[in-house]
Design a protein. Structure first.
Length: 307
């Protein structure tokens, strides 16, 4: 079903929403295929451009027209406009689901906006946000940190309060933050802090490949199952979702996407090897070389770009 994001009404009680660009819409298809395997009755929606809509509409229950005037992370501050559901679990396109989501909806129900995270008082986010400075500006003692989570849960209509505040922060970011790179997770963390909204600490819900002790991470998108030994606690973890952010483990991730693709009835393709190789090069060579050159040539640091 194709819906215009400006005119639709809520269609379902619970659902999963994602966003996609021309660079990651294939990942979004992999996400929805993993949702189908683990949560077959859960409706799904995607917000994207009309060009991408034609390529993904077969896989999603709802396709929402994105706001063309928004760029990058800004779209994530309009999820309340994009979602056709009363209660929404938003997931980044580069997420895979390995277990049932029912208990998450049950546990998180009643929180009009939340995500798994923690509290911090000092330090910098991966985008360069000075957390101590933010706390001083908003007169709070601790800041909600959602670093790298790749998800959010929200309920209409009450979520409008936090989204409206987040959009206000975005439009006047210099008032709240130091000179740093804009990121939705930092903005939402500030908004949650100002509204006293707590992050969730659901054990075993969210994970990244980097959380695993080397050599212990195992994932099979078809069984489906994922497990690893936590590199810090030594505990055995069986996560509900894995966020393959920052091009994490590209060969493992793209092999999972290809398996899901083939199971849907499509012909085998080895393009996943090409895509994985490109991402491996970008992460392990290009980004590292760029970082070294910056240190020698006095290039602007990532956290110093304009808002």
């Amino acid at each position: 079903m194709h819906l215009d994001s400006r005119t639709y009404n809520e269609q379902a009680e619970f659902g999963v929403l994602t966003l996609a660009t021309k660079d990651d819409y294939r990942k979004a298809i992999g996400l929805v295929q993993s949702v189908r395997k683990t949560n077959s009755s859960l409706p799904t929606a995607i917000a994207c451009s009309k060009w991408i809509a034609d390529k993904v509409s077969y896989y999603f229950d709802y396709v929402i027209d994105e706001y063309s005037e928004l760029k990058g992370f800004q779209h994530k501050l309009y999820l309340d406009y994009y979602s056709p559901f009363k209660n929404t679990l938003f997931l980044d396109a580069d997420v895979l689901i390995f277990r049932d989501l029912g208990h998450i909806f049950d546990e998180w129900r009643g929180h009009y906006y939340t995500a798994q995270g923690n509290y911090v008082k000092t330090g910098y986010s991966s985008f360069g946000l000075d957390r101590a400075l933010v706390l001083k500006k908003i007169n709070k003692k601790r800041l909600v940190c959602l670093g790298g989570a790749g998800h959010a849960y929200f309920e209409k209509p009450n979520c409008a309060e936090v989204f409206n505040l987040a959009r206000s922060i975005m439009n006047n970011y210099a008032h709240y933050a130091n000179k740093c790179k804009f990121a939705d997770e930092d903005v939402m963390g500030i908004a949650m802090t100002m509204l006293n909204l707590p992050p969730m600490d659901t054990k075993g819900f969210w994970a990244r490949h980097m959380h695993a002790k080397p050599g212990t991470f195992q994932a099979d998108a078809l069984k489906p199952q994922c497990s690893f030994v936590d590199r810090v606690t030594g505990e055995y973890v069986n996560p509900v979702m894995v966020h393959f952010a920052c091009l994490d483990s590209p060969f493992l991730y793209h092999s999972c996407l290809e398996k899901l693709r083939r199971e849907s009835g499509l012909h085998p393709s080895f393009l996943w090897l090409r895509d994985a190789s490109i991402e491996f090069y970008k992460k392990e060579l290009f980004w590292k070389i760029k970082k070294i050159l910056r240190s020698f040539c006095c290039w602007p640091k990532q956290g110093s770009s304009k808002n």
